[in-house]
Ligand binder design. Structure first.
Ligand code: ZN
Length: 212
């Protein structure tokens, strides 16, 4: 049977471009591709957009609590050679389990692309915990997400009005609010720019002074 694969990177790591390239390669050989994204991702509405300006309409624009196993959705993907999921961190636990079921029961490979951590540096949510638990293959996408210092980025730091913060709602889509921006950072820079400026920094005590 097919596999459920999770490919992750920090933001700006080329995930959407990877989806578009994969879709193109399959379609070039006349295979059907189905792309899924959550409606929580309001950027680009029912299309996925890569940073180099490429875009493509998705086949399933999934509602928050919508099942992928309904006859309506099954009709869309049952003849597909591959299913690609963008921003998988926005799917819930049940939807991840359904993707696993599709791979192993219907025998369609499912490749999910997304972030493993949120702007606070914690696991993104229940959907990502679930995919780490049941994915057949988990892999990092190269090292294309680069920190301000040039090292590989691990964290997705949030800036509000140009200031780094680790407070607020977990899901705030950049572009939905002009004051929100995400910056991929390496661990050292995340500690320096986000954690040391945070309320939590007090716990680090004299070490903070040392790092400064
Ligand atoms: Zn850095």
């Amino acid at each position: 049977m097919a596999n459920l694969i999770f490919k992750y990177s920090a933001m700006n790591g080329g995930k959407t471009l990877n989806i578009l390239q994969t879709a193109y390669s399959y379609e070039e050989n006349n295979f059907k591709v189905v792309i899924i994204k959550s409606r929580k991702d309001t950027k680009g509405k029912n299309s996925i957009l890569s940073r180099n300006g490429m875009s493509r309409e998705v086949d399933i624009f999934l509602k928050d609590n919508e099942s992928l196993l309904t006859p309506k959705n099954y009709k869309i993907y049952y003849t597909a050679k591959i299913i690609l999921v963008d921003e998988v961190e926005l799917l819930n636990e049940a939807q991840i389990k359904e993707l696993w079921t599709i791979a192993h029961l219907i025998n369609i490979p499912v490749i999910c692309y997304g972030l493993k951590s949120n702007f606070k540096g914690d696991i993104f949510g229940a959907g990502i915990s679930q995919i780490f638990a049941i994915a057949d293959i988990v892999e990092e996408i190269g090292s294309s997400s680069v920190c301000l210092c040039g090292k590989k980025a691990i964290f997705n730091a949030r800036k509000i009005n140009d200031k780094f913060t680790d407070e607020g709602e977990i899901v705030v889509i950049d572009g939905s609010n002009k004051s929100v921006l995400y910056v991929p950072l390496c661990s050292d820079c995340y500690l320096k720019y986000v954690k040391i400026g945070s309320k939590e920094a007090k716990k680090l005590g004299y070490l903070v002074e040392k790092i400064k």
